[in-house]
Design a protein around this ligand. Structure first.
Ligand code: ATP
Ligand code: MG
Length: 354
């Protein structure tokens, strides 16, 4: 009998989410068994099909259902016939806000066997800490005088002292366990109210972390530096929008979007945190057995770490790194596609090959 149990909500979602989630879960279950804990999984068939049937991505009480779990293991949602804004505001943003998942964590590392697209060829090992619930992605604003020559749109950004403090605290504490460098993304020369405030609060927090070096860099210069010298970064802390852009950029540098994980964290564990790959539902390759499962699996390792299962998490990372070293690879990272004749497909919801 397992001594420790973790209750996991599983939302595989759409497209390749239906392939990579069952694949990752197989590995996580094996590792759980080896480390003597149990994952109590419960599947939720939310996403685009649910939207087509009910006009919503999840049921009205979806958040309440998820709140009962220790963590959410999420694949991807989205389909070509459904507007992106529905998937984002119908599922992802409600989870982030209701569960106060105020940190979006995205590690970016050079992996064995995956050629990084990097100048100089040095290994990348950085983490982006993105503020995940406020900033530029506010719902404050609206349209003015639509259909007239005065038509205009207003969108307010919102930064609270508490919000910036906790993001910066998280980044500083993380840096203390790494190479003790934090780079803060700013734009205080152009955005003259919120960004100087961001800078002030970040600097205030860093005073409590004297061994951590803080560098603040304008977002445009930071993007360029990420391309030219990605190996020079340790922890990057950024607002919601800047963090979103930088993480896709950094992920692309490290190789394939298919290997990149992300965690939406409520670090205090008062609410469930959510773990997902960076990639989306990839309708272009869905159902063909081509999807790279590493992003999903690495997200699973982050989930285990968050649940206190560090040894198991390390084993998952070592396992996929070992596969990569052995040359086992999906087409996105240079492997060969499976033989057409085999016609393997994931059976939706069944977690098995058909
Ligand atoms: P969404 O709107 O859900 O984000 P998208 O098509 O805009 O979907 P992704 O799903 O991330 O964005 O796909 C971007 C590209 O990366 C596609 O060409 C896709 O095939 C590829 N891709 C994404 N994830 C993987 C993966 N796990 N393995 C291989 N290729 C992937
Ligand atoms: Mg997309």
């Amino acid at each position: 009998m397992s001594s420790r149990r973790h209750s996991i909500a599983v939302i595989a979602g759409d497209g390749i989410g239906q392939e990579v989630v069952p694949a990752a879960l197989q590995t996580l279950r094996l590792v759980a068994e080896r480390h003597d804990f149990a994952l109590d999984e419960r599947e939720y068939d939310w996403g685009s099909d649910h939207y087509r049937a009910h006009g919503r991505m999840m049921p009205v009480d979806g958040i309440e259902q998820l709140a009962r779990h220790d963590a959410i293991f999420f694949g991807a949602v989205g389909a070509p016939d459904i507007p992106d804004v529905e998937t984002l505001w119908g599922l992802l943003i409600p989870m982030r806000r209701e569960f106060d998942q105020y940190i979006n964590l995205r590690p970016v590392r050079t992996l064995p066997g995956i050629p990084a697209r990097v100048v100089g060829g040095d290994d990348i090992d950085l983490v982006i800490v993105r503020e995940n619930v406020e900033g530029e992605y506010s719902s404050v604003g609206g349209r003015l005088y639509p259909g007239t020559p005065y038509a205009a749109a207003v969108q307010e950004a919102f930064f609270s002292h508490r919000g910036v403090t906790r993001a910066a605290e998280y980044a500083a504490t993380l840096a203390e366990s790494r190479r003790r460098r934090v780079t803060s993304a700013t734009k205080s020369n152009g955005i003259i109210h919120t960004m100087p405030f961001w800078d002030e609060v970040v600097a205030e927090v860093m005073q409590r972390h004297p061994d951590v070096t803080l560098e603040k860099v304008l977002i445009d210069a930071l993007a360029a530096k990420l391309v030219l010298a990605p190996a020079s970064f340790d922890v990057i802390v950024a607002s919601n929008l800047f963090g979103d852009i930088l993480s896709d950029l950094a992920g692309a540098l490290a190789g394939s979007i298919g290997v990149a994980p992300s965690a939406n964290l409520n670090p205090e564990r008062r609410h469930p945190s959510m773990f997902e790959p960076v990639h989306g539902s990839a309708p272009d390759i869905a159902g063909q057995g081509l999807a790279d499962p590493i992003g999903q699996l690495w997200a699973g390792a982050m989930m285990l770490e968050h649940l206190g299962e560090q040894a198991a998490a390390d084993e998952v990372v070592a396992a996929f790194e070992g596969c990569l070293r052995d040359g086992i690879a999906t087409p996105d990272i240079g492997g060969r596609p499976p033989r057409r004749s085999s016609r393997t497909r994931w059976r939706r919801g069944s977690g098995s090959w058909a």
